[in-house]
Ligand binder design. Structure first.
Ligand SMILES: [Zn+2]
Length: 587
């Protein structure tokens, strides 16, 4: 057994999340964590909502609410959505907690004490009418390199070059169209080039990473520049240095505070568990492993910037928390598109998790993401493919096997029948299913979930073939043999159900019960309203007790266990849903 940290990307709390978001970080990290727990590892899965930064401030201003009111709203929405998907976070919290502020300030201070934070004067854009700083992404103008007229202050989307806002020709505010003024402003920068050699040496030791992540990271390291970690903004974590601490116009940059969330959430989890030091087992034990899950647009933060923060805090002199472990692996997914287009809330190319779960089961989406999601290449979600996978694979392949084996045993025996002598075919099937614990498990441990579920469904196919070949419905005259075939089939169903549990936990619990099982087979998270440990505010967290549940081993069914006629576990989707959903997209 080993300790495994599953560090899951932090969804930004400026709106509800769509299925593209959860296909990149949410579902894959849960499949992995569920498998690792079943295989006997001690998993700590943490994340939360990312709640600071200019976009939150801008949106709150537009809606006439405070940033806190805005993030309170979307924190709860996101917690409920992730709960609906059955994602087993040990703690899903948020970045506006007192605990998070303390941990962020501690890491800032530690980096500062070790000499990795540099003060610099830069030119910042400011709105003449409000006096407020305009962040780079809220300034638009003509690209000085290619002439594109809607380049952003940080980057030109046409030619891809990185820009500074004062380079733009005819700069204007995206908020109200006015021309910004440029004023000198002092900021703190993280000295990233100081970590280049250590980062390269660390990457040399990494095994099993997806090649695109390694290559992308090495290219980033070749071109590292100091990176600003503070902004002119009121909404965020205060800078913990004398002369800065009480200023209300300077805050720590949102990306710097958000990556520290993995550590602060682990510490909050420990403080809530009754053992405030418990987090150390995942962050300081040299044998502990840490896996970070995200979409590819966030690789830089996890393979370069967060490791730099960890290195700079841990040496030469470790901060008061002590030296911290680097990531074991950065597991990045590619993009999901929808009907051939990029997801876009503003252009309504979107389906929110909440709307999806109102009309379809969580496991139908989890299945699609596992088997057809953007694990290693960009992939497209289409409603017709979703329906086809659901009906042809989930319903006709797995659901039908569960249904016909249990209903035939219930009808003819009223219980799990005893097995007589096994034939070569019986034994071969049981062995093929048992081998799945090795093959599917190895793939899941290597983050090859698409291959893992494909292998599990291949085994389901073998059981279906056995069932058809043996045709127990033709054995009415030989009830002993019929009982043996059904016993073997039900044993195979039980073990296939275990193999599919990380992917389809809701269905797995139901099938466990249809087979006469009691208690928890696939544990589920719960939403708990908690009080902030430091400032008395109340907020919802996602948490749970995941110690109970099935283990990653075959388990013998018990002859004589009563069975009743099953209700179908998966729902067949009517052809009309495709047109209905496409009409919703266009409305
Ligand atoms: Zn350009």
């Amino acid at each position: 057994m080993s300790r495994v940290l599953a560090a899951v990307a932090w969804p930004y709390a400026n709106g509800p999340r769509h299925i593209g978001h959860v296909s990149g970080f949410g579902v894959p990290s849960d499949v992995f964590s569920r498998y690792m727990r079943m295989a006997g590892h001690d998993v700590l899965m943490v994340s939360g909502t990312d709640e600071h930064g200019t976009p939150i401030q801008v949106q709150a201003d537009a809606e006439g609410v405070t940033p806190r009111e805005l993030v309170d709203r979307y924190n709860r929405v996101i917690v409920e959505d992730l709960h609906g998907l059955g994602l087993t976070y040990d703690l899903f919290t948020r970045t506006t907690t007192g605990n998070h502020y303390q941990v962020v300030q501690e890491l800032f201070q530690g980096l500062h004490d070790n000499g990795y934070i540099i003060a610099k004067t830069t030119l910042g854009a400011r709105s003449p009418s409000t006096g407020r700083t305009l962040p780079d992404r809220y300034i638009e103008g003509t690209c000085p390199i290619c002439g594109y007229d809607s380049a952003r202050g940080d980057q030109c989307d046409n030619c891809g070059n990185q820009l500074d806002p004062d380079q733009l020709i005819n700069p204007r505010s995206k908020i109200n169209g006015e021309t910004p003024e440029f004023v000198e402003t002092e900021h703190f920068f993280l000295d990233l080039p100081a970590f280049a050699d250590q980062l390269n040496a660390w990457l040399d030791t990494r095994e099993g990473w997806r090649p695109n992540v390694l290559k992308f990271s090495r290219n980033l390291i070749a071109d590292l520049q100091p990176r600003a970690i503070t902004r002119d903004l009121e909404w965020g974590v205060p800078i913990p240095l004398d002369g800065w601490r009480d200023r209300d116009d300077k805050r720590i940059y949102v990306w710097f505070d958000a990556v520290i969330g993995y550590l602060s959430a682990s510490i909050e989890w420990a403080r809530r568990s009754g053992d405030p030091e418990a987090w150390r087992k995942w962050w300081q034990d040299p044998d502990a492993e840490a896996f970070y899950f995200m979409g590819k647009d966030n690789i830089v933060f996890h393979s370069v910037i967060w490791p730099s923060i960890l290195l700079g805090y841990s040496a030469p002199k470790p901060g008061s928390l002590g030296a911290l472990n680097l990531p074991t692996e950065v597991v990045s997914s590619e993009y999901l598109t929808m009907e051939g287009k990029k997801f876009s809330s503003s252009r309504r190319v979107v389906i929110y998790v909440r709307d999806f779960l109102q009309r379809y089961d969580a496991d139908a989406l989890r299945y699609f993401i596992a088997v057809a999601g953007p694990e290693a290449t960009d992939t497209d979600f289409t409603w017709s493919e979703f329906r086809r996978r659901n009906n042809d694979e989930l319903v006709a392949g797995w659901g039908n096997l569960v249904n016909r084996s249990i209903s035939m045993a219930a009808k003819n025996f009223g219980e799990i029948p005893a097995a007589g002598e096994l034939t070569a075919e019986d034994t071969a099937l049981l062995e093929a299913v048992r081998a799945g614990f090795g093959s599917v498990g190895d793939l899941l441990a290597k983050h090859r979930q698409k291959a893992g579920i494909t292998e599990a469904m291949r085994i389901v196919g073998e059981v279906n073939k056995y069932f058809s070949d043996q045709s127990p419905w033709k054995l009415k005259e030989d009830k002993a043999r019929m009982g043996t075939v059904l016993h073997v089939a039900l044993q195979a169903v039980r073990d296939c159900n275990t193999l599919l549990t990380p992917f389809l936990p809701h269905a797995a619990q139901q099938i466990h019960e249809l087979l006469g099982g009691t208690g928890v087979h696939a544990p589920m998270p719960r939403i708990v309203d908690v009080e902030d440990l430091d400032n008395g505010l109340t907020y919802p967290v996602l948490t749970g007790d995941y110690k109970d549940g099935a283990t990653w081993t075959p388990e013998a069914i018990v002859a004589g266990t009563p069975l009743s006629a099953p209700t179908p576990v998966f729902k067949k989707l009517d052809e009309s849903i495709v047109e209905e959903e496409l009409a919703r997209l266009q409305s």
